[in-house]
Design a protein around this ligand. Sequence first.
Ligand code: DAH
Length: 341
Amino acid sequence: MSNPIVEQINSALEDAEKTLAAAQNEAEVEEVRIRILGRKGLLPSLSGGMGALSPEERKEAGMAFNTGRERFQSFMDSALKRIKASARGNGGRQLDLTLPGRRRELGRKHPVVTVIDEAVAIFRRLGFIVADGPEIEDVYHNFDALNTAQSHPSRDVADTFYFADGRLLRSQTSTVQIRTMESHEPPVRIVAPGRCFRRDTPDATHSMNFHQIEGLLIDHEVSMADLKSILQMFAAEMFGPEVKIRLRPHFFPFTEPSVEYDFSCIMCGGRGCNVCKQSGWLEIAGAGEVDPNVLKNVGYDPEIWTGYAFGMGIERIAMLRYRINDIRLLYENDVRFLEQF
Ligand code: DAH
């Protein structure tokens, strides 16, 4: 025997269960609540028809009202709980697709990296390939093999970082000259950019870590004229065709003869200014003809092979290039500084 009120309640419950399980927000739940429980909703209006039922049917319908209300309430509760939980997973906020996106800052190259990349590109065009060596070195590769006497001041514990086991942080990229020649037969034509370390007190022009780019060419009858021409080509490519270079006699243990080389001042064109201290010249780095002792140390015959080597400071070039007046700015990771390049 069917009871129309009980049937309507049951089918409304079935409906509500489905709708609530799919509800996306609180407003949808509220809509269903009004439809079922609201003043003009299904249950109140059904209860108006109770009078037309037999006592038996009325009892049945009464029970259906009670359990119906309870079950309906529990469908609503779990729908609301689910909606709140997913909003929390969303940072507690409802997703607002109309908000503009958050912009992601793009990184860019550090000026030191830019200069390394450009210097390497220039030397590549001149026929050099890139070589590499470790930053943690042994005394042999940093000093002895480079013909640097035990008494040389750069070997002092106050000038270089030593480990307890006697190894050290390389103080120059000249170590890569040795590493390359040890593992390759001549001829050699390499550049080696990399990080170096010295126990310098930091100031506007000194940093405990910095970068150099080393060059080494070993072949037959390599002269100082070859060295000068390659440095001239580099200067022209790096700073412009009007830049001149000059070599000044100097001493380095691993080259003989040795020179320091200067570029005509890129700020004043050589007329004299405060950057070049009125001299018209900027000191860039050291170079020379590879000392026969260095060749012997790596097993090359100095009667057959000759070569030149050079090394320059990357930061020095970056500072001239970008008019940076304090080397420490390059290492502070201040985005306001770095985003200018
Ligand atoms: N290694 C030297 C320095 O750190 C620079 C240098 C000088 C490199 C002469 C060379 C060279 O290859 O031939 O001061």
